[in-house]
Design a protein around this ligand. Structure first.
Ligand code: G3P
Length: 235
């Protein structure tokens, strides 16, 4: 029997902060433009104390082989294994392709509670990094209690905008971080994050990092945008 297990490209240090760049389905970061887009971005261990992961669309995940120093995540995963499933993405396939983890239940791709629970449990068995997205505090609590190791809080109304989650929802971040800690999970936050201050405020409120899309993918220089999120000197 084949035993699938995920070997991490990014540092295994569980104290590292985490930055996940969700490239979504933007024209610039997808398909024929994806190779040049990813080629310019920092490697996953480029910044001490940080792990950077790139959540790419399904068509572009094969690039993990081409960029072994970058940790690729999927934007969605299903809990099924190999078999007669149409349009599904299994953890087994992701692991065999060198993919390090996946988002699940993003606001733009919501799935059932049953799928989330099955995926959390399977990810634990396979040592696969699953990031369960939550739209509010109740969902953060539910997923942390279900055993998600990483929960991403993203208020949907702020996604893609210029007001960051850390400006608009500091109280929720603080409560969500405390709930995650109590359950042995870590919290990252996303929506509207564009600057180092957005990230550092989130960390000060108890989060372990950020989940960012437009602030990097649509920036004039995505590589500098990532560096500036992490490094205050560059903002
Ligand atoms: O998954 C990240 C995302 O939904 C946040 O998007 O564009 O507000 O950084 P954005």
């Amino acid at each position: 029997m084949i035993r699938y297990t995920c070997v991490n490209v990014a540092s295994n240090n569980t104290n590292d902060n985490i930055l996940i760049i969700n490239t979504k389905h933007y024209e610039r970061s997808t398909g024929v433009r994806a190779v040049s887009f990813f080629a310019d971005l920092p490697d996953s261990n480029a910044f001490k104390g940080w792990q950077i992961h790139y959540a790419a669309g399904p068509y572009d995940l094969h690039l993990a082989k081409q960029f072994p120093e970058k940790s690729f995540y999927a934007q969605h995963v299903d809990p099924n294994g190999y078999g007669a499933y149409t349009g599904k993405i299994s953890m087994e396939m992701l692991i065999e392709t060198g993919i390090q983890g996946s988002l699940i239940n993003h606001s733009e791709f919501r799935v059932s509670s049953e799928s989330i629970e099955m995926a959390i449990s399977k990810a634990r068995d396979l040592n696969f990094n699953i990031v369960v997205c939550a739209e509010n505090l109740e969902e953060v609590a539910k997923f942390a209690e279900t055993g998600a190791k990483l929960v991403a809080y993203e208020p949907p109304e702020l996604i893609g905008g210029n007001i960051s989650v850390s400006t608009a929802k500091p109280g929720i971040i603080e409560k969500a971080a405390a709930i995650c800690r109590k359950n042995g999970s870590r919290l990252i936050v996303g929506a509207g994050i564009k600057t180092h201050i957005d990230i550092s405020t989130s960390l000060n409120l108890g989060a372990s990092g950020g989940l960012v899309a437009s602030g990097v993918v649509l920036a004039s220089n995505p590589s500098i945008a990532i560096t500036s999120l992490i490094n205050k000197e560059l903002t």
